[in-house]
Design a protein. Structure first.
Length: 328
């Protein structure tokens, strides 16, 4: 009901603003494409960025692709923990592919343009896949909570059926969260300029290019971002707080070390991913200079998918054994 009221109010406000805008200039030209400035600089510097991002992209595809294949081929890894890890690696392949190929083309391009439709399609898939990653991190934290805090009941609770349900919920809900913000922003009038000082279509620069102020739309998008980021984050925080309390009660030093090793790797990924997201979308400093926004976006869109297979797999004994078996 609240969403319906907000949407109705937005439609009324936008229609009134558009009427006033059109009455001022009946020959207004609305943009059909945007210019993504990307990484400005000399050709040598652009070539360096191209080579660096290309290497990161190929290593990410290779690392996460190996994890997906290992989990699929080794039947000993057909357990909830590794099924979640395999899906997470598969997600990372698509997540980095939603931005990096276009980023590479943009560096080599002279015009650096992206169509209006292409911009919002990239926006949708990039944010939907990022939302799915938030949900997967939350489910993986819950899985570790059950395994450490309720080890005897873990097989009966985290069954294969429940695991697949959670996987499907993560994928479906991740892609159902952002159609409303996408529609609201895409309906704003963009009459020029059309230059985005970024390498992805991000809501902040798009709001800045709109011909009319849209405080209600900005509030809705800010609320969406806050709920999507803080909801799973608080869930993860709660799960690991309970895990930490349970680990500290373990009398065996070896047991504590093993539990801390498993959860520590997860927390490294969560801290890096959520830290950069909060800086970009929910912190008071979200109006950072364009250069800082590009660096932060590059970290959570390209660097974290690269290091995730290293953190989750190379620190895991069963995964290392399976890798050696599959690779030869």
């Amino acid at each position: 009901l609240q969403c319906s009221l907000l949407f109705t109010a937005w439609l009324f406000t936008t229609s009134v603003s558009l009427t006033a805008l059109e009455s001022q200039n009946t020959t207004m030209h609305f943009v059909t494409e945007f210019v993504l400035l990307g990484f400005p600089g000399q050709r040598e510097m652009q070539n360096f960025f191209f080579s660096l991002i290309l290497v990161i992209y190929l290593l990410t595809l290779l690392g996460n692709g190996v994890i997906v294949c290992v989990v699929k081929w080794d039947k000993r890894l057909h357990t909830p923990m590794y099924i979640l890890l395999g899906n997470f690696a598969f997600l990372e392949i698509w997540y980095i592919s939603s931005t990096v190929p276009n980023m590479l083309v943009n560096i080599l391009s002279e015009t650096k343009t992206i169509s209006f439709t292409g911009c919002f399609l990239q926006f949708y898939f990039f944010f939907s896949l990022g939302t799915t990653e938030c949900f997967f991190l939350s489910v993986m934290a819950y899985d570790r909570y059950l395994a450490i805090c309720h080890p005897l009941h873990y097989p009966s609770i985290m069954t294969g059926k429940l695991c697949m349900i959670l996987v499907c919920v993560c994928w479906v809900s991740g892609f159902l969260c952002y159609p409303i913000p996408i529609v609201l922003i895409s309906q704003l009038p963009f009459c020029g300029p059309n230059i985005i000082d970024h390498f992805v279509c991000d809501p902040g620069p798009l709001f800045a290019l709109a011909c009319i102020p849209a405080p209600s739309t900005e509030l809705i998008c800010y609320t969406f971002n806050s709920v999507i980021i803080f909801g799973p984050f608080l869930s993860i925080l709660g799960s690991y707080t309970l895990v930490l309390r349970a680990v500290l009660r373990v009398p065996s030093g070896a047991g504590q070390t093993k539990a801390f090793s498993t959860c520590g790797s997860h927390l490294m990924v969560v801290s890096l991913f959520y830290g950069t997201l909060m800086v970009m979308y929910v912190s008071p400093t979200s109006g950072n200079p364009a250069g800082m926004q590009k660096v932060v976006t590059l970290v959570y869109s390209a660097v974290t998918p690269l290091i995730n297979p290293l953190i989750y797999s190379l620190r895991n004994k069963d995964m290392k054994i399976a890798l050696k078996k599959v690779l030869g």
